[in-house]
Write a protein that binds this ligand. Sequence first.
Ligand SMILES: NC(=O)c1ccc[n+]([C@@H]2O[C@H](COP(=O)([O-])OP(=O)(O)OC[C@H]3O[C@@H](n4cnc5c(N)ncnc54)[C@H](O)[C@@H]3O)[C@@H](O)[C@H]2O)c1
Length: 436
Amino acid sequence: MSASPSGSRTASHPAARTGVWLIGARGSVATTVVAGCAAVTAGLHPATGMVTETPDFADAVLPALADLVFGGHDTVDCPLPKRAEALAAGGVLPPGLPAAVHAELAAADREIRPGGPLPGDHRDDAALVAAFAADLRDFVRRNGLDRAVVVNVASTEPAAADGALPPSTLYALAALDAGCPYVNFTPSAGLHHPVAARRAERSGLPYAGRDGKTGQTLLRSVLGPMFAQRALAVRAWSGTNLLGGGDGAALADPQAAAAKNAGKERVLTDTLGTAVEGTVHIDDVPALGDWKTAWDHIAFDGFLGARMILQTTWQGCDSALAAPLVLDLARLTARAHEQGRSGPLSALGFYFKDPVGEGPAGLTEQYTELRRFARTLGTGETGPEPEGDTEGGGSAGGGGGGGALGSGDGVRGGLLGSGEGGGAGRGRDGAAGEER
Ligand SMILES: NC(=O)c1ccc[n+]([C@@H]2O[C@H](COP(=O)([O-])OP(=O)(O)OC[C@H]3O[C@@H](n4cnc5c(N)ncnc54)[C@H](O)[C@@H]3O)[C@@H](O)[C@H]2O)c1
């Protein structure tokens, strides 16, 4: 067991140096991840919001925060220290933190490579995947890393037209080619694209996603089971989200919002056992910056048809909610990879709106499953492996599998089951959730 200056109680791996490769590395979430990890490691702030720093995870033998090395791809070139200054000016990061962790921000900045496709980019899909995978292998090799976990925190992208590969899927394929476990924190397709889903299942690598559950959906996954367990009849559940920042701007595009809104009933349908009336709206309010206000209005019936209303208002700082979860996911996925696990990490459903694999929908049950998983991470026993071929995997830096675009074409599996098109998964039709 190691103790960080902040009083970390988590048993950490003695030697493993773990890369965290962030797609969208210059965004609000990514910058908060890098600055936050440095702040907690230095003992400047407690690890508030990091589930893996609580006693339940003390024996999971996760990589130490101090041993995480950050890098990533982005399509903009604003230096991370400058991005952190902007976040501090907006009140997202504490004043003075960008200066206090300047060295760590600058180190991560040196590991960020141009993403794509860039304006005027003439590379085809295969060339982009090859370039991204080469960047990953280079990151692992130069830093002497045991492994690197790829985490997608890039802007939510519009649904791809007619089977075209969206950038998130190109990055996900590159992760597989480089032998890296993959986490999709966004509602973008990533490994859910049919071309990638089969490859993921055959990769021998663990993966998790998608779309972090940080606010309104988190609340829904607690309140939904409450109504069901108390046998109260929910008549309608409606929601509105107001947010600004890069995410708010991205979601102002109806196509991107559609990706976010796909399967918007999922948490409610899964926890209430039936679809209920009501929709969710997401409005871009630039003045709010990284702050989100999410309002839910729940109409329900009690005994003898008595009509009642519950309203909730969630006012959250999105990046502060997301960053500790990204750190949790990177550590848990890295440890799973170290243990040789492969396939969908369904026990991480606690973190997602649209989890891969089979698992419960209520937060309490999801947390129980996560704790069980953490115990097996500590003991080294692995859970049941997903069925199917496990050829083609490889350790990070080892060169990975074959051509990114040649194999797999629409076979429905654990990934597709929870998103595009039914099949295995959780046996439900929903895709990404609608709000955080
Ligand atoms: N903050 C939360 O609570 C939360 C919860 C769930 C999901 N998310 C998702 O996390 C993502 C990041 O959110 P954010 O607030 O940091 O957004 P942001 O706009 O601040 O950052 C996104 C970054 O992605 C980069 N990017 C865009 N296209 C890219 C590409 N093709 N390749 C590489 N980089 C690219 C942008 O340049 C930007 O730096 C969003 O998709 C959001 O929906 C956030």
